[in-house]
Design a binder for this molecule. Structure first.
Ligand SMILES: [Zn+2]
Length: 879
């Protein structure tokens, strides 16, 4: 899965570490902080400087160099010209020339910390880390010797950056450096930009947006501000984020950070050709740009070209401020493409180059946890957390690890299942059984033996799920995620009143285990999701998504995404509905491939992907040309859409915004088969309690469109109508039809439980109770009904698990549950366990007559030898 929206942080992480990060003595720091408390006004600039700035901001870097060179000859005492020249030279990759400009400039401005700041970076790019360190140290020394010289807003911002590099508390830097600079010189955009960069680094997107709004007022023509705004908006408002990025390009078509951001997204949505084109533009501006070469290496890796990958990796390292940054970036990107093993390998290379690279350590910790190398992963997370208490991911992981240590671990035939202790008691065995069944079915279908163990973790708290999965809270839309060997999932406890069928979720995720492992994690998103949703439907027709009125409309309105771009539909969909539709369409493509070319072709495609062949190439091998396949699939999907309730009229009714009953009735007389009008008419009749009249339109809907299980569907309405009419047989029949099609129609299942319990129809009661537990095993009533039905049907052995589950659910009458459990245990010959429970029943209710009687019976009956219970779980095991 692609990275979800990440919001709401626990703590600020540390700024990206660099090779020369070190801590200064306390006294030294105190003096430096004192500078930040001093106040002065900013420097003065010459009038024609605006022209120079304009050239720089618009991306006319070569012209800017020329103008600045001329200006330096004329007015060498204006430092800003030097800075503009150095920055422009850096933009076009003239790193050595830029360093020379710094060195010459420093001869004139020998106390400038601004030139030194630019210089330290250029020394590193030019492979002189010792000189860079000297330069950084001299910033501290100068500021310490003559604090008053650096107390103006511009220098205060530089000192803020310097302090961050030294590992200072970001909050203090924000307050004492940047906020103070804003106050002293509100017209200086630098302080707003520095604040925004710091906030972005700590993922505080709200603060970043506020700062950037102020910066945009001061320098609306600076592409940097719009680029940063695009980053700040990406998670919360993708549409405005795109607009901001477009604005940056409008102001400066050569703005490299904006291009890099776009390239990153293109790679996320698998638009590799577009990404390559954009990289050519960047390299046209700066042939030495380290990130551009790192992304080239990523693309080479993804197209299975190790030779180029290694070449581009070297090219990126050559001019990087820290060679570890190259490997960290390539690795992080590969991990985002689910290549966790390869990603981890790159992080290890990064750490060889710079063992202090905190981001590489944190990323490696996450990669290891995702590939199931847990001991090393947790150790590394702890190390990062100790080393850098501001690293949000490491901090969150370490906190989570303590919680996970309290989980119960169930182990069976290659699957390790970790659950909250109480939940494990309630449905641990059930979950394990389902996973084993999924493993058998899917491994045999895809001719695959999965690497063991497969680790499955189910979290009752959504926040813990998110931290385990993404490192930070957020990702509310995800029910489960699979990394290849590790599955993380939300338990029904965290899903509110209408949980999804957790059995379907685990089946879906296990299918990812099989297909990801079969392809060595080299899978396009759409195919991975498509197969998983398709397999849900194969396992149980009521699982997976059926076509509904909305999907029908989207297909017929031409909203299908071409197969070659289908993975992109998962990235930043315009609405949650579009994301759902991407899953649905993907499963439809898989269904189409299997129907027309057979499952063997899907096997072959997965094998091709496993050796690194791009998906579109593999598809063409077996289906002919990709454009033809796309056209044929579109026709197939349209045909499917047209076949959905073909006798219904799907037009939009021409009615007033809030039509009354008479108006709908009149319109319906002219359009008696209109889907929306029939449904609306029935609802209005129900609101007027005209129950009998509502039967006919709803029956018509059911007859013509039995597949409809959307919210407010005819099953839901008609069962309610029959209930009001006290027509139990019809109500029961409608509810039955409904639950056969909809796996998580919880309200229908609960109502059927009431009906069958009333009828003492034990067989049906047990069946529906099982279906209900597949949606929410944490509910008391289905467990109660299941136990009662099994006891009535004289199946004491089977009644034990639901009774044990009831005990874990804190029943209202624990004495009764203990007693019934004791009965079942006695009947299955487990006398000592039975005795334990009957005594517990008596602890709760000392005068419980039946319990006393059972205790006597147990005392009289000969004691059969009871095998010691085999511990199926090991609570408290450290993961
Ligand atoms: Zn999935």
């Amino acid at each position: 899965m692609t990275a979800p929206k990440l919001t709401g942080l626990v703590r600020w992480p540390q700024r990206t570490a660099t090779c020369c990060r070190r801590r200064q003595g306390v006294l030294f720091q105190i003096t430096l902080w004192a500078i930040l408390l001093l106040s002065l006004t900013g420097p003065l600039h010459g009038a024609d400087l605006n022209e120079g700035r304009k050239l720089y901001r618009s991306g006319s870097y070569w012209e800017c160099i020329e103008t600045a060179t001329g200006a330096i000859e004329q007015t060498p005492w204006i430092e800003t010209w030097w800075k503009l020249k150095i920055q422009s030279q850096s933009q076009v990759g003239q790193y050595t020339a830029a360093l020379q400009t710094v060195e010459t400039g420093l001869k004139r401005f020998n106390t400038s910390i601004q030139l030194r700041w630019l210089g330290q970076e250029l020394y590193r790019r030019n492979g002189m880390p010792e000189k860079a360190l000297e330069m950084v140290n001299s910033i501290g020394e100068l500021a310490n010797q003559t604090p008053w010289r650096y107390s103006d807003a511009t220098n205060r911002v530089i000192l803020g950056r310097f302090f961050l590099l030294q590992g200072a508390d970001p909050r203090q830097v924000l307050e004492l450096a940047y906020d103070r600079a804003k106050k002293d010189q509100p017209q200086l955009a630098d302080s707003w930009i520095a604040s925004a960069e710091l906030a972005l680094d700590k993922q505080d997107f709200g603060l970043a947006q506020e700062s950037l709004k102020e910066a945009a007022k001061l320098i609306p023509d600076d592409p940097e501000v719009h680029y940063l705004m695009a980053r700040a908006l990406a998670a919360s408002d993708p549409v405005r984020a795109t607009q901001s990025l477009e604005q940056a390009f409008k102001l400066n078509p050569s703005h490299i950070p904006s291009h890099i951001l776009r390239i990153d997204r293109l790679i996320d949505s698998e638009q590799y050709e577009e990404a390559r084109k954009a990289l050519r533009v960047v390299l046209g501006v700066n042939i030495r740009h380290p990130s551009a070469w790192a992304y080239q290496a990523v693309l080479a890796h993804l197209s299975n070209d190790p030779e180029s990958e290694s070449l581009w990796q070297q090219a990126s390292r050559q001019w990087n401020v820290d060679t570890a940054n190259t490997d960290h970036l390539i690795g992080r990107k590969l991990s985002q493409k689910y290549r966790f093993e390869e990603g981890a390998h790159y992080q290890r290379q990064a750490l060889q180059a710079n063992p202090q690279h905190v981001r590489a350590q944190a990323q490696l910790a996450q990669d290891l946890l995702r590939i199931g190398k847990e001991t090393e992963g947790w150790q590394l997370a702890e190390k990062v957390n100790e080393q850098d208490p501001y690293d949000v991911v490491a901090h969150n992981l370490v906190t989570l690890q303590e919680k996970l240590a309290q989980f119960t671990t169930l182990e069976e035939a290659g699957i390790v299942l970790r659950m909250d202790k109480r939940e494990a008691q309630i449905y641990g065995q059930r979950a394990m059984k389902l996973l084993q069944r999924a493993k058998q079915t899917l491994c045999s279908k895809y001719k695959m033996e999965v690497a063991e163990p497969v680790i499955v973790e189910i979290f009752p708290d959504q926040k813990d799920f998110a931290i385990r999965t993404f490192g930070v809270p957020g990702g509310a839309g995800f029910l489960g995620v699979c990394f290849g060997k590790v599955i993380t999932a939300n338990s029904p406890a965290s899903q509110g009143a209408n949980p999804s069928n957790w059995e379907a979720v685990l089946w879906h995720e296990f299918c990812h285990v099989v297909t990801l492992q079969k392809t060595n994690n080299k899978m396009p998103r759409w195919l991975s999701e498509g197969i998983s949703v398709y397999e849900e439907r194969q396992a149980n027709p009521s699982w997976g998504q059926p076509m509904d009125a909305q999907y029908r409309k989207m297909i017929l309105d031409g909203e299908l995404t071409p197969i070659s771009k289908l993975s992109g539909a998962f990235l930043q969909p315009p609405s949650p509905m579009h994301l759902q539709f991407a899953y649905y369409q993907s499963s439809l493509v898989v269904g189409y491939l299997i129907k027309n070319y057979g499952i063997e072709v899907v096997h072959r495609i997965l094998d091709d992907l496993g050796v690194g062949m791009p998906i579109n190439e593999s598809l063409q091998r077996y289906t002919g040309s990709l454009p033809d396949l796309e056209k044929e699939f579109e026709q197939f999907a349209q045909q499917q859409a047209k076949q959905l309730a073909p006798n219904l009229d799907w037009s939009e009714p021409e009615l007033s915004p809030r039509p009354v009953l008479a108006e709908v009735k009149a319109w319906l007389e002219q359009h008696p088969r209109n889907y929306l009008a029939l449904n609306g008419y029935a609802q209005l009749l129900m609101r007027n309690k005209q129950w009998s009249a509502a039967v006919e339109p709803l029956q018509l809907l059911l007859k013509e469109f039995p597949e409809d299980i959307s919210s407010g569907c005819a099953y839901e309405l008609l069962s309610e109508v029959y209930r009001q009419l006290k027509n139990l047989p019809q109500e029961q029949a409608t509810l039955e039809q409904w639950i056969q099609r909809d796996n998580d129609a919880l309200s229908a299942q609960l109502r059927l439980l009431e009906i069958y319990a009333e009828q003492e129809n034990w067989q049906e009661l047990a069946r529906v109770a099982e279906l209900t537990l597949a949606v929410n095993p944490l509910l008391t009533s289905p467990q109660q009904h299941l136990a009662a039905a099994l006891t009535a049907m004289k199946q004491p052995q089977q009644s034990i698990p639901p009774l044990q589950a009831l005990l874990a659910l804190d029943p209202r009458d624990p004495a009764d549950v203990h007693y019934r459990l004791a009965r079942s245990l006695q009947e299955t010959g487990k006398h000592s366990s039975a005795r334990r429970h009957v005594l517990q029943a008596l602890e709760f209710a000392p005068r419980y007559r039946d319990a006393h009687r059972l205790l006597l019976e147990l005392a009289k009956s000969p004691k059969p030898v009871e095998a010691a219970p085999k511990p199926s779980s090991s609570p408290g095991r450290n993961p």
